[in-house]
Design a protein around this ligand. Structure first.
Ligand SMILES: [Zn+2]
Length: 835
């Protein structure tokens, strides 16, 4: 199962390839160009540019849309809350409600979202194509409104049809060449499922009851993402601003228009190639006049004004009471009856619709990717979105590495015993009475097995090779007697395998515990000393929720102690890079934060306003999940705002969530996390699942890991999420514990494909999702997905890069817009009624 690609000319497509020049010549030329053009740019010009971008002053913050700062224009928190309370016992299907529902919606409400869909699909069509060609059985309006029927639509006129399909097959590469030339319209090349009766206000049970809470929930997430500079889908943001803002003061955003596809434009949006040895040669920025202070657990930034006084910055902030209010509202929502059944039915509808779509269009999707030159599943970029560095190698790899080190470095002093004795590697093994010959994967015992199911404690113990924590410390830690040199060597082997494979990328998590203030400096030093950089790797940091352990061992006095250890060095390095030069450089390559631990640990389930603040949290009990996430989030928010003001990179927050424990964890993540790992428990909460769909929140799923720990493979909800259109990706979690082959990510894909009968199209879509949710930079994403990947619908996809057919993308986008449109219609209907 090797995905190694033999050809290296992946930047070239048939469309762009000059025919007069041979491939070898072309490659040669590219290489020369790259050397001449790219590299000097990076080493001098681009660093200089980077340097110039940084100003000494803090930038003025951008303004926020009015509905974020003035939420009174939409159903307020209290409104929604009262509404939910009121209808605990009442069902809203009295005759009056029904009567008003059946009123025909005025035409001008016919959603502008629909226009957006149309434009996304049609903007490539030659203008003179007759719109009326669309085939739709004409049903009298009153009849149409009385029930919803399904019809498939395709272009009429059998003769025309034959011509078109001929045209379609004749075209050597359907979308690669035709997208720019507009010979064929997407509208005609695939069959859509139409629910007639949908065009006006359809009667959908519980819709009226659901719209206000759902919109409120969308706005809540938008605020949290917006403030912390994390991502939020622009389609939803536009939808909200159009639906919620008062008609007269609509501030239409420029981004509304559908982006023109960049097909045909030059292909070289290649991100700068950074050499490993130069990756950390980042010039330090001068210090700025900013100071930070933790107040009730949240870092606040102050700047020096002209009168030399410290004044607060205008960074947005979220206070704990506001957070709790939102949290309680969302918690209420997920248990609300009508809302639950509405969301459940929409999710079922989406699934059924997807199945129909595949039934009708599978062959066409297949034809589309078959006609795309060069690209296939093996050479589309895919990111392992959730993997822990300490278990990123397979058991066999670890075994081989340990044997090698025992042979070549047996004499090396590697470990300091509790009694102070310094031991060589050979002595460590002698003490365990293990020889090189004895070592086998069975003896190593790091693989998860039947005995780890529902036993996270046993699973955690699997991190110790041969059950010995000293071996874990020697081989799998960055901070130990040998300064993590073995771990660095091991990771470099993992990375070099990835680089050889070229198309596989990882986002490994390194640990910061929060038990001492110098952890960050040590980690950064380790990274730089060992040149831990690769274009295939985006580093993340995971923070285990272990306050109770550190407190019991006297390492911290209160929870604030942990927060200070985690965040103070990051602020210091950002404000005055000279104070932590290594850390400042490492932070340039860091992309995000993860929060990890066993979610099944018992905890106080509800976050309340009377809980002690972090500086008063000096009890042996561990704070609950939501408490951890809230303080992580607010501090990342301040850090991101400060870094943005300095022109530096910002961070994503991507906690483990919903692997086990309660669904309430997902409520917190819905508010504060850009995307999550696992999300298994979403299957138990239709409201949250629907919200995760509407916000397209990434979910890194690891069915093999789940199979060993929490849920059998055949019961894993991954396939269902995918069919419903949630933004899911496949990831390995811990190859050391779960995988057998040299390419764990391919193993993960392969098994999913076998068990669930995923097609190539499905797998490429999953790979595309993995890039979208990853922390790789904008330039890199442009290179991997196409230059307008942030746009809407088909225009955002470049099949030559992603191998995802435009038909699939169009289907997903239209289905998504239909859901939004439904909410928009229902909301306007509701407002009309209130007037
Ligand atoms: Zn994990």
């Amino acid at each position: 199962m090797s995905s190694k690609s033999t050809d290296s000319d992946e930047e070239i497509t048939a469309g762009n390839r000059p025919t007069s020049v041979s491939n070898e010549e072309w490659n040669q030329q590219t290489l020369v160009d790259a050397r001449n053009v790219l590299q000097p740019q990076i080493s001098e010009a681009s660093w200089q540019h980077f340097h110039e971008q940084q100003s000494r002053k803090i930038d003025k913050q951008s303004s926020y849309p009015s509905y974020v700062l003035h939420p009174e224009v939409i159903p307020s928190l209290n409104d929604v809350s009262n509404e939910l309370n009121k209808r605990r016992n009442v069902h809203c299907n009295d005759s009056l409600a029904l009567e008003t529902l059946e009123l025909e919606m005025p035409m001008d409400i016919a959603s502008s979202l629909q226009d957006e869909v149309e434009r996304a699909v049609q903007h490539r069509v030659t203008h003179d194509r007759n719109h009326d060609q669309e085939y739709l059985v004409k049903i009298p309006t009153d009849f149409e409104n009385s029930f919803q029927s399904i019809s498939t639509s395709e272009s009429i006129d059998p003769i025309n049809q034959i011509n078109k399909s001929f045209e379609y097959y004749r075209q050597e590469s359907f979308l690669t060449s035709s997208l720019s030339h507009d010979k064929t319209s997407l509208r005609e090349v695939f069959q859509r499922i139409k629910i007639s009766g949908d065009s006006y206000m359809p009667y959908i049970e519980d819709l009226e009851d659901s719209v206000a809470p759902l919109l409120r929930a969308l706005v809540i997430r938008e605020k949290y993402m917006f403030f912390s500079l994390q991502s939020y889908p622009s389609t939803v943001a536009n939808f909200l601003s159009k639906t919620l803002e008062e008609e007269e003061n609509i501030t239409r955003r420029a981004s509304l228009s559908v982006n023109r596809p960049n097909i045909g434009e030059p292909y070289q949006v290649r991100p700068p190639v950074i050499k490993r040895e130069e990756a950390f040669q980042i010039p330090l920025l001068p210090p700025i006049d900013v100071c930070v202070k933790a107040e009730k657990g949240i870092y606040c930034a102050y700047i020096l004004n002209d009168e030399k006084e410290w004044i607060t910055t205008d960074y947005p902030s979220i206070d704990r009471n506001g957070f709790i209010e939102d949290y309680i509202l969302l918690s209420k929502m997920i248990t609300d009856g009508p809302l639950k059944s509405f969301c459940y039915r929409r999710l079922q509808y989406l699934k059924a619709k997807f199945e129909l779509h595949c039934l009708l269009n599978e062959v066409k999707e297949w034809a589309e990717i078959r006609s795309t030159p060069h690209r296939d599943f093996y050479n589309v970029r895919k990111v392992d979105t959730h993997i822990h560095a300490a278990s990123s190698m397979t058991q066999k790899h670890l075994l081989r590495f340990m044997k090698k080190k025992l042979k070549t470095s047996g004499h090396m002093q590697v470990y300091k015993r509790n009694d102070g004795k310094i031991m060589t590697l050979q002595e460590v093994f002698d003490e365990l009475k293990v020889t090189v010959y004895d070592l086998s994967v069975d003896l190593l015992g790091v693989h998860a097995d039947r005995n780890t199911f529902q036993r996270f404690d046993r699973f955690n113990a699997k991190y110790n090779p041969i059950g010995q924590s000293q071996l874990r410390e020697i081989f799998l830690k960055t901070d130990n007697y040998v300064d993590g040199i073995f771990f660095a060597d091991l990771l470099k082997e993992v990375i070099s395998d990835l680089e050889e494979n070229k198309y596989q990328h990882v986002e490994p998590r390194l640990s910061i515990y929060g038990k001492s203030i110098d952890e960050w400096d040590k980690l950064a030093k380790w990274c730089i000393k060992n040149s831990m950089y690769s274009a295939n790797v985006a580093w993340m940091v995971q923070i285990p929720r272990l306050y109770d352990v550190y407190y019991a061992n006297g390492m911290v006095k209160n929870f604030q102690g942990c927060l200070t250890n985690i965040f103070q060095p990051l602020f210091d390095a950002t404000i005055n890079p000279e104070s932590h030069p290594d850390l400042f450089r490492f932070m340039y390559h860091l992309t995000g934060f993860d929060s990890v631990d066993d979610e099944t640990k018992p905890e106080k389930p509800i976050l309340t306003a009377d809980m002690p603040y972090p500086d008063e949290w000096n009890i042996k009990e561990n704070p609950p999940y939501a408490y951890y996430l809230f303080y992580m989030y607010t501090n990342i928010l301040t850090l991101n705002q400060l870094r943005k003001a300095r022109g530096l990179n910002t961070y994503q927050f991507r906690p483990h969530c919903g692997e086990a424990g309660t669904a309430a964890h997902l409520v917190t993540a819905y508010m504060v996390a850009e995307n999550i790992s696992h999300g298994l428990l979403l299957r138990k909460s239709p409201v949250l699942e629907y919200l995760f769909y509407l916000c397209q929140i990434g979910i890194a799923m690891s069915p093999l890991s789940n199979n060993s720990l929490f849920i059998n493979y055949n019961r894993n909800p991954m396939l269902e999420y995918f069919e419903r259109g949630l933004c899911v990706s496949l990831s390995t979690d811990d190859p050391m514990q779960f995988h057998f082959t040299k390419e764990p990510l391919m193993e993960e894909y392969s098994i999913a494909a076998q068990v669930w009968k995923l097609s190539s199209v499905d797998m490429c879509e999953l790979a595309r999702n993995s890039i979208l949710m990853s922390g790789f930079s904008h330039e890199v994403k442009q290179f991997w997905l196409g230059s307008s990947y942030q746009g809407y619908g088909v225009a955002a996809n470049d099949i030559r890069r992603t191998n995802v057919p435009a038909i699939r993308i169009a289907y997903r986008y239209e289905a998504f817009c239909e859901e939004l449109r439904l909410l928009s219609l229902a909301y306007k209907n509701r407002q009309e009624k209130r007037k």
